[in-house]
Design a protein around this ligand. Structure first.
Ligand code: SAH
Length: 227
């Protein structure tokens, strides 16, 4: 499927959000080990400055996490790139992907721009409403719901990929269970602020192979819904 990204000229940005500034981010990601051209291209294409407050727009193409309100953050571009790349590792051809923790909507938009069918779950209603507006205005086909993502999305399972974008002390079994054979789950696991980014691959017999991608610091995976 071809990504349906409608980019208005004004969305391409000026000055600190210009194409030149974005290309610099791509070179930095490349220098830090991101090599999947599809992923780099999605990051080059999706305007990250539209996923944060205007007051922070000048920092949109720095390789750093930024606040998005409600004590939450938009993930660092390198982390978004690494997690996305992990879905395509070893020749995997994912089609349907679940994200837990919509936040700004940026990670979901990257997945959508790659032509994946994206399902995303967010527990904070305010964040989800804003993210949905962004999906609409960019013409991205992302399905979302306001829920506790620790239960996954059973009605739509199994998924070829699951990205958990908030940290928990342990892997969530309900999510691993929603992974299709051959599917990949990527999740930050460990103590608050000092997690390991784990990748799990379920083979055709349902056996799970696990490895560690990086040390990361995500906001916590929490229970319960907030309006
Ligand atoms: N992927 C996001 C990162 C947002 S930070 C982005 O690209 O911007 C993590 C997000 O996970 C926060 O918005 C937080 O509210 C959400 N979150 C935390 N626990 C959750 C849960 N149990 N279910 C769904 N979302 C959750």
């Amino acid at each position: 499927m071809t990504p349906r990204l409608r980019l208005q000229p004004e969305a391409l940005g000026m000055g600190m959000t210009s194409q030149r500034v974005r290309d610099r981010l791509i070179e930095r990601l490349r220098g830090n080990g991101i090599s999947d051209e599809r992923v780099l291209n999605a990051i080059r294409t999706v305007p990250r400055h539209l996923f944060i407050d205007e007051a922070l727009a000048t920092r949109a193409y720095e390789d750093t996490a930024l606040p998005i309100g409600h004590g939450q953050t938009i993930s660092q571009p390198w982390v978004v790139a690494r997690m996305t790349e992990a879905l395509f590792a070893d020749g995997a051809q994912p089609a349907r992907v679940l994200e837990v923790g919509t936040g700004s909507g940026y990670q979901a938009a990257i997945l959508g721009a790659l032509g994946l069918q994206v399902y995303t779950v967010e527990r904070i209603g305010d964040l989800l409403r804003v993210a949905r507006k962004r999906f609409r205005s960019l013409g991205l086909n992302v399905r979302s719901k306001h829920d506790d993502g620790r239960v996954g999305w059973p009605e739509e399972a199994p998924f070829d990929g699951i990205l958990v974008t908030a940290g928990a002390p342990a892997l969530v079994d309900a999510l691993t269970a929603q992974l299709a054979p051959g599917g990949v789950l990527v999740a930050p696991v460990g103590a608050a602020g000092a997690q390991s980014l784990l990748r799990l691959r379920k083979d055709a017999d349902g056996h799970v192979v696990q490895d560690t991608l990086a040390a990361v610091a995500f906001v916590p995976l929490l229970s319960g819904l907030v309006d």
